[in-house]
Design a protein around this ligand. Structure first.
Ligand code: ADP
Ligand code: MG
Length: 683
């Protein structure tokens, strides 16, 4: 085998010797599809076969290597009986046992009266040492291939170590010659290693276990760079020239005057940032971050007003129908004195209405369209779309963002809004392609949510409290983590809870859970919105972002099972009006020290960003629910906590790369599957 070519490693694994269709299917299940995936499938440990043991010192049950003389081959003529080979050294005897193997093959690898080297698991059967189907058998000349530490890969059934090793070695031994994208001095200075050497070390030493080793750090640095580079290229591609928007804040000023509240300073300053972007000759690609309840919606409406003033069409998309409907109603109210046409489009819009909307949109008769992701189906054509706002966008990855930006057309500005607090260290990894605006204060009229905790066994103390709340026309959320009692997990079940609460408040209680379909769920939610019921028992599926101004009490069961950021999001559903919001965290008796710490943080502060940072420190990056969906799991090797220095280093490194040099990094981008985001095809 000669050295692989660069482009070869992006080909299918079946291009390797010994990988047929059966094996490739198995490997594909393990996410090994292309040859390069072998490079990234790091060993998790090693099998020590390095010592040749004498037969009188064997340990039963252990994998060991022996050097023995072949004394006798025994091939019974009765079916199903195993073939046996008797071997010895100067200290004793061992039987090598084979099921389902061909005689000719065994005769070849076990030549009579010759020494052989064997490695495998030692058994003891009928007072004799035995080895069944050894992992390796070789002659003395080739013993070096076996007598060593051999990397162990996470492949259990379907492929044995020897087979995988032969595949993996074809790649690792013959890594393509690449032109380094890091220069030598940089590598040394930052305690890294060159690419070829680091891959070899990761596979053939125990470096892969040490995420601070130079080789591992090199891999991590590459991964971060590929990510950041894709983001920064994406940004360059999106932030192209456009016709600057022209407006004088005529409509938006009117709206502000009629608001029942005064904008916060923070709202004013992000409003200003967005308006400047709209007037800029480059397209806007901005994310507006703000904790739950910080008032992002009105900010987006005010900027939409400006774009409408400039006679462009606008679109506002949110993830669910209910949320869209709420936005639609608010829009009608806010724009009621202005002569614009607003429409509402979701998957449920009737055929005829949809047809009418599509036609009028294309003719420019609709100015502002609000809805779910249906807004961006292929058939939907705008006449002159100038602005797209997307609410609660945290489920979009980089690729989707870039697709969305393309869809809007060249004069279209894009604003994403998110309430997911992203710790500072991760901002660049997630939103390196966007400009960032932050609302960092909440309306001052809003009181900080009072957060209490209570052991679950005192649940009965809650009933009078709930009764009082209902009397005052307050609404209550009751959150449980799972729908059905599980034998294995100590979760309360929403259904069981619903039945219990129903005993006390039969006409006041509704239940939504993941098992309900959308329509049933919406029905219950609407009932709650209309105040036909006062208590909503649910699993965590309560829609993000819906404004329930009269919900002031939330009870969260098994609070310690939720991430802090998630708990914070959950409690953000209450206290959105002027009344005091209360959050009660119920917990089981046994709370770990860590859990107590976490609950304390939550009680102490209402700052979602601070909470996210603390959560990260306490639970580590891998654990964070919520971030996983947010695309942070893009990283397979890098850990933002442990490799923080490399994140910073990569950020500085990427900033210095000119667009004209990007070709130098194409191989890197392809390695980490980032090429398609920015359409790098050739390397
Ligand atoms: P989020 O940022 O979570 O999307 P919303 O935009 O839904 O928050 O706002 C939550 C509530 O706060 C709404 O009822 C909204 O009318 C109100 N609100 C927004 N800005 C202010 C403000 N400056 N002062 C008082 N209330 C405000
Ligand atoms: Mg919102």
């Amino acid at each position: 085998m000669s050295f692989l070519k660069k482009e070869t490693i992006f080909q299918d694994i079946t291009k390797l010797k010994g990988v047929g269709s059966v094996l490739s299917k198995y490997l594909k299940k393990k996410r090994i599809e292309k040859i390069k995936d072998i490079i990234f499938n790091l060993p998790y440990s090693e099998t020590d076969r390095s010592k040749i043991s004498k037969l009188n010192e064997l340990e039963i049950g252990k994998i060991q290597s022996i050097k023995v003389l072949v004394k006798k081959l025994n091939f019974p003529r009765i079916r199903n009986l195993p073939n046996k080979i008797v071997c010895e050294d100067d200290t004793g005897e061992i039987e090598i046992v084979y099921f389902n193997s061909r005689e000719g093959y065994l005769r070849k690898i076990f030549p009579l009266n010759k020494w052989v080297v064997i490695s495998g698991k030692i058994n003891f059967f009928k007072k004799k040492y035995q080895m069944t189907n050894p992992d390796y058998v070789t002659n003395e000349e080739n013993q070096e291939y076996v007598i060593k530490n051999i990397p162990k890969y996470g492949l259990t059934k379907g492929i044995n170590e020897k087979k995988y090793r032969s595949i993996s070695e074809q790649v690792i031994k013959n890594l393509p010659y690449i032109s380094e994208w890091l220069d030598e001095l940089f590598i040394i200075k930052n305690n890294l290693l060159n690419w070829n050497e680091s891959i070899k070390k990761l596979h053939w030493t125990d470096d892969a276990k040490n995420i601070k080793s130079r080789s591992y750090r090199r891999l991590v640095f590459d991964e971060i760079c590929a990510n950041f580079l894709a983001l920064s290229e994406n940004r360059k591609r999106i932030k192209k020239e456009k016709i600057p928007k022209v407006f004088k804040n005529t409509i938006s000023t009117k709206i502000i005057k009629e608001l029942p509240f005064k904008l916060t300073k923070s709202q004013e300053s992000v409003l200003n940032e967005i308006n400047i972007d709209l007037k800029n000759p480059k397209r806007m690609f901005r994310i507006l971050q703000g904790d739950v309840g910080s008032g992002k919606t009105i900010v987006s409406f005010l900027t939409i007003a400006n774009v409408l003033e400039n006679k462009y069409q606008c679109a506002l998309m949110s993830p669910t129908e209910i949320l869209s409907l709420q936005h639609f109603n608010l829009a009608k109210k806010i724009f009621n004195k202005i002569n614009i046409r607003i429409e509402f489009l979701t998957g449920k819009t009737s055929y005829s209405k949809r047809k009418e909307i599509l036609k009028d949109l294309a003719e420019g008769k609709i100015n502002f369209l609000i809805g779910t992701h249906s807004l961006f189906q292929k058939k939907i054509k705008f006449k002159n779309l100038g602005y797209v706002v997307i609410d609660e966008q945290h489920k979009f990855g980089v690729k989707q963002r870039s697709d969305l930006a393309k869809k809007g057309g060249k004069n279209c500005d894009l604003l994403l809004m998110s309430a997911t607090p992203i710790p500072r260290t991760m901002m660049m990894s997630l939103y390196g392609d966007m400009d960032i605006s932050k609302i960092n204060e909440k309306p001052s009229i809003r009181k900080t949510i009072l957060t209490l905790s209570k052991p679950e066994k005192k649940i009965n103390e809650l009933w009078p409290f709930i009764k009082k709340n209902i009397k005052q026309q307050n609404q209550i959320f009751w959150v449980c983590p799972l729908i059905n009692e599980s034998q294995f997990l100590d979760y309360s079940s929403a259904k069981k809870r619903f039945d219990l609460i129903g005993k006390y408040f039969p006409k006041e209680t509704g239940l939504i859970h993941g098992g309900l379909d959308k329509e049933e769920r919406d029905k219950v939610l609407k009932k709650f919105l209309k105040k036909e019921i006062h208590i909503l028992v649910s699993t965590t599926v309560i829609e993000v972002g819906i404004d329930f101004p009269d919900a002031n009490l939330i009870i969260i069961e098994n609070a310690n099972k939720f991430g802090l950021a998630q708990l914070h999001q959950l409690r953000g559903r209450v206290g959105r009006g002027t009344d005091q919001g209360i959050c009660v965290l119920l917990y089981k008796d046994t709370l770990s020290k860590n859990s107590i710490k976490r609950l304390k943080i939550l009680k102490k502060t209402d700052d979602g960003f601070y909470i996210a940072e603390e959560d990260l420190k306490l639970r580590g990056f891998g654990d964070l629910i919520g971030y996983q969906q947010s695309g942070l799991k893009n990283f397979r090797f890098a850990d933002p906590l442990i490799h923080e220095d490399l994140f910073k280093l990569a950020e500085a490194f990427i900033k210095k790369i000119e667009s004209s040099e990007i070709e130098k990094y194409n191989f890197l981008l392809k390695l980490f599957d980032k090429a398609e985001i920015i359409n790098v095809n050739d390397i």
